[in-house]
Write a protein that binds this ligand. Structure first.
Ligand SMILES: [Zn+2]
Length: 100
């Protein structure tokens, strides 16, 4: 690889990172994967990973595009109350009077 190609690849990765910072899924992220820390995410391969590029978004409180909607019950911010189907959002998301 010539230095020009390397530079072009580097520039592409920077553009991709900037798009990801804005919560945009890069074109080559076409597979549904599960990150142990983020939950369901888009990656360039399917499967379960201990960490992923979206972890940067998670720690920086930036949006993460999801392959399917995360239900409250699957969310790390969900705190079950003394009821089999209800709980509260520890992130303070709006919720019905009865809970989530
Ligand atoms: Zn992750």
């Amino acid at each position: 690889m010539s230095w020009r190609e390397r530079l072009a690849a580097f520039a592409r990765s920077l553009v991709q990172r900037r798009e990801m910072d804005q919560g945009k899924r890069p074109d080559r992220y076409t597979e549904e994967a599960t990150c142990k820390r983020c939950g369901p995410v888009w990656l360039w391969f399917a499967g379960e990973v201990p960490g992923c590029p979206w972890c940067w978004n998670r720690v920086a409180d930036k949006p993460i595009p999801r392959p399917h909607a995360v239900r409250c019950g699957d969310c790390i911010h969900f705190e079950r109350i003394d009821h089999p189907h209800l709980g509260d959002c520890t992130k303070g998301e709006p919720e019905p009077a009865a809970g989530l």
